[in-house]
Design a protein around this ligand. Structure first.
Ligand SMILES: *Cc1c(COP(=O)(O)O)cnc(C)c1O
Length: 468
């Protein structure tokens, strides 16, 4: 064994061969040497482990295919495209919403050219970056005024800081939500300086609970959408309208953190109704905040709408400068909101809405078509079939509610186990994310486009080949 080491090609020999390889011209040279060293280390480990046992396995020619794979994989950008086969439409870990074509174009233009970002074309003087979207957001939601910050977590922070720092904000115990990524409403309240005044019980809160909590130090009545869980059984939540009544009586503003912030009518899908932003605004809630990239289907942003009096106070908060959105976000947001001027256009063009609305009949046909592509490209190394399953909206909308779909199930016919396949798919050129159900790797066409079917097939091919 020990004398096998001396047959390993030298780093310089390997580098010379790589330099003349036209398929690797986009690999930065500064990365290549380290990658080659890493690869040769792997070979040494394999000699020690008795995986490489003969001199001819160590010639540069026999190592070359694996070597180039190693170099290509190591030189790939860290932030990459993945294929979402999970069926979770607003998948926070996979980037939430895909932008509509018009929004993509707007972003591309905004970052490649100069713009009137903070320039008033009617006066030739300094303008406001927020002017581009405030009117359209108000037109669509029915609100008096609007403001956009970095994300909805920022919105919660700046609203509480502006309206309740050093004073009490009254919230129901059933709404002290943890969203994930360690975002907890009580923690954000602490950071904002607002004092949390919890009322009610976990499952039931009544209007009189809020009434009883109000004292001379109360600044705000707050309602939080229970985005990622449901309390069922013996429950009671105070409605926005009821809170507005109490707020009006005591001259206190009411703030609702809607989380996902839905602008569309999703009836006909069998989902439990969630109030739209428009409905919450029309109930008279003073300040409402929601995310731009959840079911709205736009870029990451925290949209704040409501009464002008309060929005003006929030605009003047220095935190607004800290939490401001960039020009690409603005471009994407305006383009997305323009689609909402006609609800049917939004349904037809905003990818998130299209995916949520896709009918089971259509998903069945697409699952069959994906299954055929996999059969044709991958062949006998897997068995595929189509069966009924469920998708989720995700992103804190419609928690614990199922959308009917059809899944393509994939099972390797050789030695590879299903969990091993799932893991290896993450190392392919286009990492493919899916889930295991009933001992099969399952792909949901809801979150895959037709143009991605061949990439899915290639990923599976690559994952199967990595085994030998
Ligand atoms: C998702 C969510 C947030 C955080 O929104 P981001 O846009 O992710 O910052 C805050 N509150 C609720 C209720 C949510 O569902």
């Amino acid at each position: 064994m020990s004398n096998l080491f001396k047959f390993l090609p030298s780093v310089d020999l390997v580098l010379t061969k790589l330099e003349s390889d036209d398929s690797l011209t986009d690999v930065p040279r500064t990365l290549t040497r380290d990658l080659v060293n890493g690869f040769l280390d792997v070979c040494r480990e394999e000699i020690k482990a008795g995986i490489i046992t003969a001199e001819d396995q160590l010639s540069l020619d026999s190592l070359y295919p694996r070597l180039t794979c190693h170099v290509r994989a190591g030189a790939r950008p860290h932030f990459r495209r993945v294929l979402n086969g999970t069926g979770v439409v607003v998948h926070t870990n996979l980037g939430r919403s895909l932008l509509a074509d018009t929004a993509v174009k707007a972003v591309t233009e905004a970052c490649a050219t100069y713009s009137n970002l903070e320039f008033d074309l009617s006066t030739g003087e300094r303008g406001s970056r927020y002017s581009h979207v405030e009117k359209i957001i108000c037109d669509i939601t029915g609100a008096e005024a609007a403001l956009v910050v970095n994300n909805n977590a920022s919105a919660v922070l700046i609203i509480l800081e502006t309206l309740a720092a050093g004073r009490e904000a009254v919230v129901s115990r059933g709404q002290l939500v943890e969203i994930g990524g360690s975002f907890r409403i009580p923690d954000v309240m602490t950071k904002s300086g607002a004092i949390l005044h919890e009322v009610g019980a976990t499952n039931r809160t009544h209007p009189h609970d809020y009434e009883a909590a109000i004292n001379e130090n109360t600044a705000l009545l707050m309602k939080v959408h229970t985005s990622n869980f449901r309390i069922i059984g013996f429950t009671k939540e105070v409605t926005g309208a009821e809170l507005v009544e109490i707020g009006t009586k005591h001259d206190l503003p009411v703030y609702e953190d809607l989380g996902s912030g839905n602008l569309s009518n999703f009836s006909g899908l069998g989902l439990m109704r969630e109030p739209t932003v428009q409905e919450v605004v029309s109930e008279g809630v003073d300040v409402v905040s929601f995310s731009g990239d959840k079911v709205l289907g736009g870029p990451q942003a925290g949209i704040i709408v409501g009464k002008k009096k309060y929005i003006d106070m929030i605009k003047k908060n220095p935190l607004n400068r800290v939490l401001r959105i960039d020009k690409m976000t603005l471009a994407a947001l305006e383009a997305t909101m323009r689609l909402y001027l006609d609800p049917e256009t939004a349904m037809a063009q905003v990818p998130t809405l299209k995916m949520i609305m896709e009918k089971p009949e259509s998903l069945k046909l697409r699952a069959q078509s994906l299954s055929r592509v996999l059969g044709r490209v991958v062949g006998d190394d897997i068995t595929c079939s189509v069966r009924e399953g469920v998708s989720r909206v995700g992103g804190g909308a419609f928690p614990e509610q199922d959308l009917k779909t059809f899944l393509v199930t994939v099972v390797p016919t050789g030695d590879m186990s299903v969990p091993e396949l799932k893991e290896r798919l993450l190392s392919s050129d286009y990492p493919l994310v899916g889930r295991i159900e009933d001992d099969a790797f399952c792909l949901d066409p809801r979150t895959l486009t037709q143009t991605e079917y061949h990439m899915v097939a290639d990923s599976i091919l690559q994952a199967l080949n990595l085994s030998n």
